[in-house]
Write a protein that binds this ligand. Structure first.
Ligand SMILES: [Zn+2]
Length: 676
């Protein structure tokens, strides 16, 4: 049987030949990929010459290309366009992948060579990126268990394989619950909902076989406007409860047991690796270095956020009273009364805003920001075979016309796509290989597709990750683009959000969907004034989730673990007010339970926000499109990936260490007298 993964791809931009790839091609390609890399490793260890950087480190770095080729396609499709076959294979592959990785790190002959080089590293005359590659490789082996005894190694191997399966299961359970829930309404039940929301609900109903009805789901782009605008409090509560019960229903997709087991196994692994807790183990490989540093930053923001959120809760209670009602503010009321208060205080509602933010205009606005900053341009390519009809492809070229890479935009929500928004790669950059990057979002599909400001930020955010991947200029694939310390990765994404709402930028892309009128200065002023509105809530729900993440990973005892108890204790400890819930509850907290990367790492958004807020001030000081500042950002951050220490890269860009003040000001968490 011919299998496209065993061929050279003679396609434009070397894009995977999606029209020829069939689900049955994946498994044989993975199996072959594992085998080929094992042979490549055998060649390294069988080499009678003593280890050198080239014959060991570079050789290992270059191995596994077939595996990368198939994984790049498969794991993207498993996230953005899955089906039962792909889900089944995802379970199988995640276990095989985990065992393959354990075998790699457990290979004593290979580790001996790497360790030998690592110990002699200062005498090897290595370039800085090579020294970093060797150091990271050595540490990855140690973190993978390479220096453990054989009994412990076998245990870590078993734990990793179990974890890989459970984490995949966790994700699949959430997708199942998300797809299973729907609220189908008649036109009379839509009171309060804006037309664009009704249109999206009609499209969703159509897709779900309820023509003529209006379907609402617990995907964020569907539930958020519902909670903001529906006049029906009972229905709002019904939706909110469905959302917070995701992964926690009385069905086979319940995640309570799964996540308890994940937390327990992670703790066991950390103990074997010589760390007190999983959080200590994960943070050892991050900028933050240890949980104490994370708590210190979170606490610093938590205190002012609490003052703000308590005032906000009081204001919302007043709104309820003013509306002639007498109930106590509940978590599911927050969005609705916030919207009322926003309209009252700023004469501003999402209804006024959304017509100016049609998806394709926002996307082009992001492209234009990149052009003005870096001179790069995006041009649509229509004749490529892609993996789903909703996906668009753009060729990205540099100011001098040279090829930067291929950018895929996959913006709409669908039942085959997991929730949230992310950037990923079908192929990463290395030396002369240019990357293929994808941005996935979950915007409710409708014609036209109008975004709220959160969604506008999300689009710019993922686009920032996209630029990190696209503009990478490193020698080694494992250092390219977003392959950086996990609490550094959100800097390029979050800094890009700042441009979205700059008046000069808004005037370039925000045009009314019907009249074509450019957004008025008056509306811009209102939007900016309202920026710190509701930030007590936004900050609190985010921080609460970050504390919850740490609670799960700083020792929860042995299974069986009671999920409610862990959540309750964590929230009691920080004194979370009863009218706010953490942004994610445990059973649908995908960041921390569907993979290791963001576990004990949800804090990374605010950690990186210290950097992005401080970094954007450099642009504010010099001009938001100042060529020299943009060049410094490009050359020191975007092009450098993980080829150097993140703090060294940041200092090279900014000329000094980051300061937390800009973050507190942006979120309105300092007294107004102190704010500049
Ligand atoms: Zn991000």
């Amino acid at each position: 049987m011919s299998n496209p993964f065993f061929e050279e791809w003679q396609t434009p931009y070397g894009i995977p030949p999606f029209d020829r790839i069939d689900d049955q091609h994946f498994e044989p390609a993975f199996d072959q990929g594992f085998e080929v890399q094992l042979e490549e490793i055998n060649t390294i260890t069988a080499n009678p010459d003593s280890p050198t950087f080239a014959n060991t480190v570079e050789a290992l770095e270059a191995s596994g290309s077939l595996l990368d080729k198939v994984a790049g396609v498969f794991f993207n499709l498993a996230s953005s366009d899955t089906n039962p076959d792909r889900q089944a294979l995802e379970m199988t592959v995640s276990e095989k992948w985990s065992n393959h990785t354990s075998d790699l790190y457990g290979n004593d002959a290979l580790f001996t060579r790497i360790e030998h080089l690592y110990k002699a590293r200062t005498t090897l005359d290595l370039a800085p990126d090579q020294l970093r590659l060797l150091t990271d490789m050595y540490q990855n082996f140690v973190r993978g268990g390479a220096s453990l005894g054989s009994r412990e190694k076998a245990e870590v191997r078993k734990l990793n394989a179990q974890l890989a399966q459970l984490e995949t299961q966790f994700s699949q359970n959430i997708l199942k619950d998300t797809n299973d829930f729907e609220l189908i309404l008649d036109r009379e039940q839509l009171i309060g909902l804006p037309e664009s929301v009704q249109a999206a609900a009609a499209t969703e109903a159509e897709a779900r076989g309820h023509s003529g009805g209006f379907a609402f789901t617990i995907s964020r782009s569907s539930i958020t406007p519902f909670l903001q605008f529906s006049e029906d409090r009972e229905l709002r509560q019904h939706m909110y409860e469905a959302y917070t019960r995701c992964g926690d229903n009385d069905n086979e997709a319940n995640n309570r047991g799964v996540l308890g087991e994940i937390a327990g196994l992670r703790q066991q692994r950390a103990t074997l690796m010589g760390f007190e807790t999983h959080a200590d183990f994960m943070l050892d490989d991050r900028m933050a270095a240890n949980p104490g540093n994370v708590h210190q930053l979170l606490d610093q923001i938590w205190t002012p956020a609490q003052q703000k959120v308590q005032q906000e809760a009081k204001d919302l209670q007043d709104q309820i009273q003013q509306a002639g009602q007498n109930f106590k503010l509940a978590p599911h009321d927050w969005w609705y009364y916030t919207e009322k208060l926003r309209a009252q205080r700023f004469d501003l509602s999402d209804n006024d805003i959304k017509p100016f933010f049609e998806l394709s205009r926002v996307r082009d606005g992001a492209f234009e920001v990149a052009r003005q900053l870096f001179g790069i341009s995006f041009s649509r390519i229509n004749d490529l075979a892609l993996y789903h009809p909703d996906v668009e492809a753009y060729a990205v070229t540099d100011a001098d016309g040279s090829e930067i890479g291929l950018f895929l935009a996959d913006y709409f929500s669908r039942s085959s796509k997991r929730g949230g928004a992310w950037m990923s790669e079908f192929r990463g950059q290395a030396l002369n290989i240019r990357p293929i990057i994808v941005n996935c979002c979950n915007f409710a599909k409708s014609e036209p597709c109008l975004l709220n400001l959160d969604e506008v930020s999300t689009l710019f955010h993922e686009f920032g990750h996209g630029l990190h991947g696209l503009m990478s200029q490193v020698r080694y694939a494992s250092q390219a683009g977003t392959n950086v310390k996990q609490d550094f990765v959100e800097l390029p994404s979050q800094i890009m959000e700042h441009w979205a709402l700059e008046p000069e930028v808004l005037r370039s892309y925000a045009r009314h969907i019907e009249t074509g009128e450019i957004i008025t200065d008056e509306l811009i002023a209102k939007i900016l004034q309202a920026q710190t509105f509701n930030q007590g809530f936004m900050t609190t729900e985010y921080l609460a989730a970050s504390y919850l993440d740490l609670a799960w990973h700083q020792g929860v005892g042995d299974p069986p673990i009671n999920v409610d108890t862990v959540e309750q204790q964590a929230m009691d400890h920080i004194g979370l007010i009863a009218t706010v819930a953490p942004r994610y509850k445990s059973t649908y907290f995908q960041h921390i339970f569907s993979g290791d990367d963001y576990s004990a790492g949800y804090y990374a958004y605010i950690w990186a926000e210290v950097l992005d807020a401080d970094g954007f001030e450099a642009f504010k000081e010099n001009g938001i499109f100042d060529p020299a500042t943009a060049k410094a950002f490009r050359e020191n951050i975007l092009e450098r990936g993980g080829s150097d220490d993140p703090m060294a890269l940041y200092r090279a860009f900014r000329g000094r260490d980051p300061e937390v003040d800009a973050l507190l000001r942006n979120r309105g968490l300092v007294n107004s007298t102190e704010a500049a």
